[in-house]
Design a protein around this ligand. Sequence first.
Ligand SMILES: Nc1nc2c(ncn2[C@@H]2O[C@H](COP(=O)(O)OP(=O)(O)OP(=O)(O)O)[C@@H](O)[C@H]2O)c(=O)[nH]1
Ligand SMILES: [Mg+2]
Length: 224
Amino acid sequence: MYENYRREDIEDHIHKIGFHPLDVMVTGATGAGKSSTLNSFFDKVVAKVGEGVDPETMELSAYSLTDQMRFWDTPGLGDGIQRDVAHAKKITDLLLRTHHERFYFLDMAVIIVEAGTRDIGTTLNLMEHVLRGNLPADRILVALNQADFAMKGRHWDARHNCPDAVLKAYLEERADSLKRRIYESTGIRLCRPVYYSARYRYHIDKLYDLIIDHMPDSPRKISA
Ligand SMILES: Nc1nc2c(ncn2[C@@H]2O[C@H](COP(=O)(O)OP(=O)(O)OP(=O)(O)O)[C@@H](O)[C@H]2O)c(=O)[nH]1
Ligand SMILES: [Mg+2]
């Protein structure tokens, strides 16, 4: 479904960067819905989604949407101290992977946060200890998933597949507060998150727009 979405805009960025594909890492706390988000981009099951209480994704996996765009699914943090160390290392290794020792391999990262949780400790930890210093802030995006469940399933208008006015106002407030809290805790100023539901495919286009509108125009050069 998204194979041809805004193809010219994507190609325009790729042309400026000078090589393809553009590599986008999808990261965030365990259970936020990273794998589900990738499946909604591809409109089929590419990444295994957790069904039980255990975290699902343990390794990095790459999925090419087109020959211009490749997404990296990553294991979520917040899954115990030992595992977090191992997972953070995998993510850091990906952030520091290079092309011919001239450019970093990964172009940007999207952090997925569960809209229904106020506990963003894992997200802040990921930003402070894994992303900061390894990826410039203008290559980091944040998005709120599970918009349908932000108020425990209340105020989701199933008939129209969208939030009602109450839930929408709540989600707007959550987006502002997430951006503010990230800035207050880490000093990292990100653009305003979009909210969406991977499960119900609501606002997936908004998430995709956010990514396309913030694609870099240059490769990540390794400074000497
Ligand atoms: N209600 C609702 N549930 C969702 C949504 N997206 C994902 N889920 C559910 O959340 C759970 C975790 O989803 P995953 O996609 O496996 O999450 P993940 O971030 O990849 O998790 P790890 O691989 O463990 O890091 C699953 O039960 C999904 O069905 C959503 O938009 N709405
Ligand atoms: Mg996963």
